[in-house]
Design a protein around this ligand. Structure first.
Ligand SMILES: [Cu+2]
Length: 175
């Protein structure tokens, strides 16, 4: 009896792994308060057709400020910058560039495991807008491009996204 139950669990695990839309690359938080400074983390749930992940690169949309990736043990993190068309002042200093891409490389993420990658940022004050963060996943063999703006159930490779929620004064009595 015990043996039979164990077999059932193995079959179920195999089925979940085979479902393409079950788990992709998604943010842990579906929405962030517009204008808020917050850590956002996205999870890479599986490798590329069984091959382990060795690099994860995320494109940062315009409007995010003060972007800082979280360092992750076992990985080397790097950023790419882009000149701002409209520089702005921050703490008396002119900001002329923005982080346009974060890449974590040199690590290994087995196909059967998941990992969360994080960054901190000031989110744009544009409540109601959905921000898309295309992700390029590179594996030992092959890679996946999570770029589609279509719904997570319609697209084969939906880009991770965050909805900018209206700022709530109630949740923040100190403001
Ligand atoms: Cu998936």
């Amino acid at each position: 009896m015990k043996y039979k139950k164990f077999t059932g669990l193995i079959l179920l695990a195999g089925l979940v792994g085979a479902l393409p839309g079950a788990a992709h690359v998604t943010f842990e938080t579906k929405s962030v308060e517009a204008g808020a400074m917050q850590v956002a983390g996205f999870r890479v749930f599986h490798g590329c057709d069984g091959s382990e992940t060795v690099e994860v690169s995320i494109e940062i949309p315009e409007g995010l400020k003060q972007v800082r990736p979280r360092n992750l043990a076992g990985w080397r993190v790097s950023i790419e910058k882009q000149a701002l068309e409209a520089p702005y002042m921050l703490h008396g200093m002119e900001v002329t560039e923005r982080v346009s891409r974060i890449t974590w490389s040199g690590g290994t993420l087995p196909d059967f495991a998941f990992q969360k990658f994080e960054f901190n940022a000031r989110f744009p004050d544009r409540a109601g807008e959905t921000l898309y963060f295309p992700v390029r996943q590179t594996c030992v063999e092959g890679g996946l491009n999570w770029v589609s703006h279509a719904g997570p159930h319609e697209a084969e490779f939906p880009a991770p996204r965050i909805l900018l929620a209206p700022a709530s004064v109630q949740d923040n009595p100190h403001h």
